[in-house]
Design a protein around this ligand. Structure first.
Ligand code: MN
Length: 721
């Protein structure tokens, strides 16, 4: 295991300003925290964070990243807490560790492949700081290096996840060496036979072609040197996984694969790159169509090089990658490489065309900026391909309190979240906590939010939620629940209607008798029958007949005719009245309105519910011969400031300023005008038909008095329908 001083020396070797005290403290803290924990290999657990830190020192990352690597497993796996980390190591480190803890929790819940895509997007979305991803990649790399100790049945899943998520992520971040190593270990785990076949074929080729790697290295270095180009040429075999991919992609057999050797030609300047390209094409034949200029057009991960393939010695196709040292560093280490140049933008840097300004004091500020660019997705510098970027850009990822990941479209709120977890949770949702704090249900959720839904058994989702939810699932569920609630209301209404009809015949509702009569009514369920009565689809007289009770008087055989009554109080509100069970739909007639203090009566309308009228409403005359439908109602205690509608008619002089007088009088007396219509009666007068909202009848009278006192108002009356 690496010693404490070795680790510190490694960091200070490339960063003399590194905070040694911090590094030492983290080393000791993590070692103590993991205590006697062991890895699957039998090694002390602490060897793992230490190796992860070591990988990051190879990438020459800053002290904070190395410290975060040492601490990356302590919050989830030991007694350590977030607060403790923050107190001991400060906010920067604690945020890095927090990001890693979040990702680690995800690992636990992403066992299903279906979540893989989500995880990849989340990784990018929650990692506000790219260093979190760097530590995570190093963590995964060390876990893959030691995967032989993991139980056989778990290996495949881990390898698949690595291949699906972490290897491409490393690639997009430009870290090719990490990517290749992740890919090859995964490949070996997932397809050991293919791995073996390719490896042994490579072995044989190596023997057949003799010293081809060395031959080409020497030849190329010599040719370039003769032209005055100082170069370093290194050859290497392609890795088994990339050969396998190529075989799959091009449907080739291993025997048909020829270009399995690649060479890197590293030269001092960009000019030298193009010069070296020309020389190699003179010495060997170029394979047409294989030249790519990633210097003038870099890849999105900032990768730059010239690529070409030539027919080399032994008629072997060899691939050449020609680049400068700075380009090489970025190609190998990706975004981790940029940190190297933080203080000293030198010739290499300038030539690499880096975007790092010389004055950048925080080496990673620009990395954060890059991540921001990723999120915005409008920059040519973005290093993710655009499609992938859109995928995570329009989604938001949140957690349940248990740590389950819920992916939602961006803009989603807690209502969507609740329904995404489970329909029952959505239907019983009454409130929420976001990150431990109470928040309005329509709060737009952000990446990484932990959402706890507060539930109530009594709750039915308000129909208005359908307009608030943005996910189809939530909307459909709300619609379904609303429909069911309405059906229950109709059933209640039907029961009310039936009870009234029965009581007029001196009978009482009996569920048993009613159920027995159902076959005669052609309905199978009690609630369906009651709802049918409530909706007006089944006449109560028919039910009475089925029950063996003769109907002598006129009842509600005919459906209510449309017209004025049809318009009545479309708006649903909580209306404080007594005399009717709570689950019945109630509305106030919009023809007249009704305000507390006025005597009122309810009219039961099948298919509609109860409509409240003031006792003086002319519309009531229509129901005089249908006493079953009358319900005695009284006002109940009300919330303070709760308002009720009243309709009034005002005869006004047709003069400029009349309308202003009316509006002013109502406003000064604290009335709300809800609706207003003008009907011309004669040249010099018009009727104003007003709907106003008031607290009670006294309030209404005060307003009517004030209106009457206006010079341009002729008369004020309560609309009588
Ligand atoms: Mn770990």
């Amino acid at each position: 295991m690496m010693r404490q001083y070795e680790l510190v020396e490694r960091v200070t070797s490339y960063d003399p300003d590194a905070d040694e005290v911090l590094l030492n403290r983290a080393y000791v803290y993590a070692m103590k925290a993991h205590g006697h924990q062991k890895r699957a290999s039998g090694d002390p657990y602490f060897s793992h964070p230490l190796e992860v830190a070591a990988i990051l020192t190879e990438l020459k990352l800053d002290d904070a990243t190395v410290v975060a690597a040492l601490l990356h497993d302590v919050v989830e796996d030991t007694e350590s807490t977030h607060q403790e980390i923050e107190e001991l190591f400060g906010p920067e480190i604690s945020q890095l560790v927090d990001g890693l803890t979040k990702i680690k929790r995800l690992d636990l819940v992403t066992k299903e492949a279906a979540q893989a895509e989500n995880l990849r997007k989340l990784l990018l979305a929650v990692s506000r700081d790219v260093r979190v991803l760097l530590v995570k990649l190093a963590d995964r790399l060390h876990n893959m290096r030691t995967i032989e100790y993991v139980k056989q049945e778990k290996r495949a899943r881990i390898a698949e996840e690595t291949l699906d998520i972490y290897a491409p992520l490393a690639g997009r971040m430009g870290m090719q060496t990490v990517r290749e190593e992740l890919e090859n270990i995964s490949f070996q785990v997932l397809n050991p036979d293919a791995f073996e076949t390719i490896s042994s074929r490579l072995e044989r080729l190596r023997e057949e072609s003799g010293n081809i790697l060395a031959d080409i290295e020497v030849e190329l270095t010599k040719q370039l040197g003769e032209q005055g180009i100082e170069s370093e040429v290194t050859g290497r075999e392609k890795r088994p996984y990339s050969i396998w991919r190529k075989m799959e992609r091009k449907h080739l057999s291993l025997g048909q694969l020829s270009d399995i050797f690649g060479f890197r030609v590293i030269v001092p300047t960009i000019d030298d790159c193009y010069h070296a390209l020309g020389i190699s094409h003179q010495v060997w034949h170029a394979v047409p169509g294989r030249f790519k200029d990633y210097i003038s057009t870099p890849k999105q991960n900032d990768y730059r090089s010239l690529h070409t393939t030539v027919i080399g010695p032994h008629r072997m196709r060899v691939e050449l990658q020609i680049r400068t040292w700075a380009m090489h560093d970025i190609a190998e280490r990706g975004i981790a490489a940029h940190g190297l140049y933080k203080d000293a933008p030198n010739a290499k840097m300038a030539e690499a065309g880096s975007v790092v300004p010389a004055t950048e004091t925080n080496a990673y500020r620009w990395l954060r900026r890059l991540l921001d660019l990723l999120a915005e997705g409008d920059s040519p510098k973005e290093f993710l391909e655009h499609t992938k970027l859109e995928l995570f850009h329009d989604q938001v990822f949140c957690f349940t309190p248990k740590g389950d990941l819920i992916a939602l479209p961006s803009g989603a709120n807690a209502i969507d979240f609740a329904y995404a977890v489970h329909t029952d949770i959505g239907n019983s949702c009454v409130g929420c906590r976001v990150n431990g704090r109470h928040a309005p249900l329509m709060t737009e959720l952000q990446n990484g939010d932990e959402v706890e839904i507060i539930r109530s058994k009594a709750q039915n989702p308000p129909a208005a939620w359908e307009g608030l939810a943005i996910t189809g699932k939530a909307r459909a569920a709300i619609r379904r629940a609303t429909r069911l609630a309405v059906r229950n209301q109709y059933a209640g209404l039907g029961k009310e209607i039936l009870e009234r009809a029965l009581s007029r015949h001196g009978a009482q509702f009996s569920k048993k008798k009613f159920t027995q009569a159902l076959p005669r009514l052609g309905v199978s369920a009690t609630d369906d029958a009651l709802a049918a009565i409530g909706r007006g689809e089944m006449a109560s007289s028919d039910v009475l007949k089925a029950l063996g009770i003769e109907s002598e008087i006129k009842t509600t055989k005919k459906a209510p005719k449309p017209g004025r009554r049809g318009k009545a109080g479309a708006k649903k509100r909580s209306i404080a009245v007594r005399g009717v069970s709570e689950d019945l739909p109630i509305s106030i007639s919009s023809d007249t309105g009704a305000v507390p203090g006025e005597r009122i009566v309810g009219i039961l309308t099948p298919g509609k519910g109860i409509t409240i009228y003031p006792i003086f409403a002319r519309a009531l005359q229509e129901y005089e011969d249908e006493p079953d439908r009358w319900v005695d109602l009284t006002w109940d205690e009300r919330e303070e400031n709760e308002r009720y509608p009243a309709r009034i008619k005002i005869l006004v002089h047709n003069e400029v300023g009349a309308l202003a007088q009316v509006a002013q009088a109502i406003g000064e007396n604290d009335g709300n005008i809800e609706n207003l219509q003008m009907v011309t009666r004669a040249a010099d007068f018009y009727d104003l038909d007003l709907s106003i909202e008031v607290l009670d009848v006294r309030h209404l009278n005060r307003i009517m008095d004030a209106l009457s006192a206006q010079s341009l108002v002729n008369s004020v009356t309560r609309s009588n329908a």
